[in-house]
Design a protein around this ligand. Structure first.
Ligand SMILES: *[C@@H]1O[C@H](CO)[C@@H](O)[C@H](O)[C@H]1NC(C)=O
Ligand SMILES: *[C@@H]1O[C@H](CO)[C@@H](O)[C@H](O)[C@H]1NC(C)=O
Ligand SMILES: *[C@@H]1O[C@H](CO)[C@@H](O)[C@H](O)[C@H]1NC(C)=O
Ligand SMILES: *[C@@H]1O[C@H](CO)[C@@H](O)[C@H](O)[C@H]1NC(C)=O
Ligand SMILES: *[C@@H]1O[C@H](CO)[C@@H](O)[C@H](O)[C@H]1NC(C)=O
Length: 820
């Protein structure tokens, strides 16, 4: 009897399921058929089922809002419609979602590389149809999800952009027409050439450009206030580059749709209203058409005709002056000369197309300008992120396209101009503007004085802050200290204070032996930790040399250089006080079996990039040109976040403005890092540092020291070994196996190639640091390296350096640097 009841209840349930009770999930034993079956999300926001758009007779599987069933957000079989009502959507035992027709032929199916024990398809409240294994709700472990294959609608929590690990590119594509969901001509995607930007494409050409992320919004939108209902997010890391957005709360529905004519629209459905409200449209005015006014043209919707030229540019063809559409764009009034060019600042612009740009998040605006000046193909630069005072750097190469004049929220752009553009302008000024100009100059002078005064006050405060609590005795007898004090903005620290801080220079506080003497760790009374470098008495440096050097170092301020906090010169003692670096030197990591595991590729690349920027600053700062002369792993210190800081400028020399090369009789440096022309002829230039940098790059990549490198097959040093592997096309064998499998293979290959370019025999073949910084982070083709210098273990045996036999007989003491 009870068995019968059960059978009855079960068959009743079954028949209920057969007719349309919405399901929560699909499983291999529960499918949905055309004829009323649907799948509904748990919070009753979205529904999945069969539908026909408009008056079309074709049947599709789609997802729509429960509140608005005519608003379809996703279509499963957009290109393969069914022509009758026989369709069935099912999940197979393997976890494949399949659409079958009346004769059980597969019309469409999903693809998955993962396997499932207990496959379930579920429609989530976000509108995402997912196939998962049992109750595993981790999005990274879904077998498949519809959000990875968007149609014409971009929903909250979807991603637009590329997964760099799997290569999946998610983009929006329009329907063919309102009644045909098949893939249309238009798409919205993230263009990853140069700085990533959102573009609307028609086929393969850009139709409009919403622009790149500037920290607050995309660069291509003006006049829109931040949206109170939506939170936008741009993600760019080694795993993915994509946009997402989320509603701030669940009181509204928002969606972006790319309609069949290629216009992107945003709709919102507020609680309490009963229809969709169109809130914004992209491609609503002419200026939003890509490059409407041509290269160097500016489009301003408030002008009629809207096209104009940037200041310093003229319409390319005279007929354009009258026409409304300047397809030819503008040309420079004065052609660029490359050397001696300057930059003009433009404000209130939509930044130009970034598809041939370079960018970096940690380069400052000043460094950005230096990089741009150094490359004759660079036409403009600007900040990457406009939050606060601005951050990061974007460089443009070639023509500047698609610039708009914005009445609100435009950005600053620095465009390269011939130097005569600037003087010519002042010549043309009328009297009144001359007066204005004079006013500006006076104003600026007052401002500068103000800033200087403020700087002075804060400097004095800082000085007090850092060294408060130390006895600050004045040694009137100490002539040198007085001399130092007078014209140097650097605190002089008293010897007794330093002796106290380092426990009387006790050996347990000794951190190591630096260039010209030991380095001690010390703690000031307030607990601030410092590193004290005590120059040995027989360093051969007189007081004047010391003062010059300290003055030089005190002027250097860069995040990749160790900061000098003060100095001391008393009773034959000369000391330099630096910030303390808890992680010690790069040497203590890369050549150490256990510690080197802490440096993965990402960190190593960051370290190499940081050293390159520090050196670039030393070499290319406009006021001083400084050559470090002793760059090596033990002179690169790591801060708490493993950011590199170049230290030990004990051997650094500054050059006058135009001086390129110098000669010295006292060759100091470190074996294994010295360039041939310096070690052999005493000639040093920025290119000697580039050589040392190249050695360092190869050491970081390989985890092996150049000097003392040995290999069973040959007696080449690390440079020679790398070169040999390069020639034999086996360069991946150079890589430190401790770092494990590098899925960043192409980047590592690039590092090795840059390293080899830097250690080339002839200094003129080596790139300068500005090129190195660009090479490290762009994807442009690199030159092919030539043979390195010093590729045998010691210069005497190096057949590549012509004059070596006289080398050690020349009175140059090798022990000078062997001792280091
Ligand atoms: C199902 O599809 C197959 C292949 O496309 C086709 O040959 C067959 O006629 C279809 N059956 C129905 C009932 O439409
Ligand atoms: C399905 O997966 C196979 C193998 O992973 C791949 O070759 C194929 O292109 C995929 N098909 C689709 C539609 O993604
Ligand atoms: C909106 O609702 C979803 C599911 O109902 C929930 O996961 C999410 O946290 C909610 N969002 C906000 C902002 O409340
Ligand atoms: C949702 O957020 C909007 C904008 O901040 C606000 O106006 C609205 O009152 C919020 N609704 C709820 C239910 O919190
Ligand atoms: C500048 O561009 C030209 C042509 O595209 C190219 O040949 C040259 O190498 C570039 N120069 C630099 C410094 O990038």
């Amino acid at each position: 009897m009870s068995a019968f009841t059960c059978l009855f209840v079960c068959s009743l349930l079954f028949s209920l399921l057969e007719t349309s009770i919405p399901l929560g999930t699909l499983t291999p034993s529960r499918s949905i058929r055309d004829g009323g079956d649907t799948l509904v999300s748990a919070g009753r926001r979205f529904e999945l089922g069969f539908f026909s758009p408009g008056s079309s007779k074709s049947r599709y599987v789609g997802i729509w809002y429960l509140i608005s069933s005519e608003t379809v957000v996703w279509v499963a079989n957009r290109d393969n419609p069914l022509n009758d009502h026989s369709g069935v959507l099912t999940v197979t035992d393997e976890g494949v979602l399949a659409l079958l027709n009346g004769t059980n032929n597969i019309i469409g199916s999903t693809n998955t590389s993962k396997t499932a024990e207990n496959p379930v398809a579920q429609l989530l409240d976000t509108g995402n149809l997912v196939v998962k294994d049992g109750n595993i709700d981790d999005p990274d472990r879904f077998l498949w999800q519809s959000f990875d294959y968007p149609c014409d609608t971009f929903l909250p929590e979807m991603k637009l952009g590329r997964n760099l690990v799997t290569g999946l590119d998610r983009f929006i594509s329009s329907w063919k027409s309102d009644e045909d969901p098949a893939r249309g001509d238009f798409s919205v995607r993230l263009d990853l050439r140069g700085l990533p930007q959102v573009v609307i494409m028609k086929g393969n050409t850009i139709r409009a450009r919403a622009g790149s992320w500037n920290g607050l919004s995309v660069t291509g939108r003006s006049g829109l206030n931040p949206n109170p209902l939506l939170d936008y997010k741009f993600v760019m890391n080694q795993n993915e580059v994509c946009y997402e957005f989320k509603p701030v709360n669940n009181s509204s529905f928002s969606r972006y749709v790319l309609n069949p004519s290629g216009v992107a629209q945003r709709f919102t459905w507020m609680d309490g209203r009963h229809s969709w409200e169109l809130l914004s449209t992209y491609l609503s005015d002419r200026c939003q058409n890509y490059a409407f006014c041509g290269a160097y043209g500016t489009c301003d919707v408030n002008n009629s005709p809207p096209c104009g030229c940037l200041e310093g540019f003229l319409p390319k063809s005279p007929k354009d002056r009258k026409s409304l559409e300047w397809s030819d764009g503008c040309v420079r009034r004065t052609p660029l000369a490359c050397n001696g060019d300057g930059f003009r600042k433009y404000t209130g612009l939509k930044l130009p197309d970034t598809s041939s740009s370079w960018f970096d998040e940690t380069t400052s605006l000043y460094e950005c300008k230096v990089l741009c000046l150094k490359n004759c193909n660079c036409t403009a630069y600007s900040n990457l992120d406009i939050r606060g005072k601005g951050n990061g750097c974007v460089l443009w190469f070639g023509n500047l396209n698609d610039i708009e004049v914005f009445s609100q929220r435009g950005q600053e752009l620095y465009i390269r101009m011939a130097s005569s553009e600037f003087s010519e302008n002042t010549g043309k000024q009328g009297k009144s503007s001359k007066i204005k100009r004079a006013g500006i100059i006076v104003g600026a002078a007052i401002l500068v004085i103000g800033i200087l005064t403020l700087g002075m006050i804060s400097y004095i405060r800082n000085k007090k802050f850092i060294f408060k609590g130390m006895t600050k005795r004045r040694h009137t007898k100490d002539y040198a200290n007085e001399g130092l004090n007078k014209d140097m903005e650097l605190p002089i620290i008293d010897l007794t204070a330093l002796a106290n801080a380092t426990d009387n220079f006790s050996s347990k506080n000794k951190l190591g032996e630096g260039g010209f003497g030991p380095v001690y760790k010390g703690s000031l009374v307030e607990g601030e930790v410092i590193a004290v470098k005590r120059l040995s008495k027989n360093s051969g440096q007189g007081p004047n040399e010391f003062i010059n050097e300290v003055k030089l170092i005190a002027k250097l301020q860069h995040r990749n250089l160790v900061k000098l906090l003060g100095c001391c010169m008393e009773e034959n003692e000369k000391m330099l006080i630096y910030e303390y670096m808890p992680n010690k030197s790069l040497e203590s990591f890369i050549f150490d079996q256990t510690r080197s595991k802490l440096l993965d590729w990402r960190k190593r690349m960051n370290i190499i990039g940081g050293i390159a920027k520090g050196l670039l600053y030393l070499h290319e700062d406009s006021r001083l040109r400084i050559i470090h002369r002793d760059l090596k792993a033990s002179n690169v210190l790591l801060d708490i976040n493993m950011n590199p800081k170049i230290s030990d400028f004990g051997l650094a020399r500054s050059f006058g403005g135009d001086q390129i090369e110098a000669n010295t009789h006292r060759i100091v440096g470190t074996y294994g890092y010295m360039s041939p022309e310096y070690a052999v002829h005493g000639k040093y230039s920025v290119k000697s540092d580039v050589f040392s940098f190249g050695v360092l790059v190869l050491e970081i990549v390989s985890g092996k020291k150049n000097r003392g490198f040995c290999h069973p097959d040959h007696d080449l040093n690390l440079l020679g070994h790398a070169w040999r592997l390069w020639i034999e096309d086996r360069v991946m064998e150079l890589i430190d196996e401790i770092v494990g499998d590098a899925n960043t293979r192409s980047e590592v290959l690039r590092l090795i190639q840059v390293g080899l370019l830097c250690v080339q025999q002839r200094p003129e073949d080596r790139p300068c640091m500005s090129s190195v910084v660009l090479m490290l982070s762009s994807e442009s083709l690199l030159p092919i390296p030539k043979q390195p210098g010093f590729y045998m273990d010691s210069p005497e045996r190096d057949s590549s350096s012509g004059k070596n036999p006289t080398y050690s007989a020349n009175g140059i003491s090798i022990s000078t640097f062997e001792a280091r």
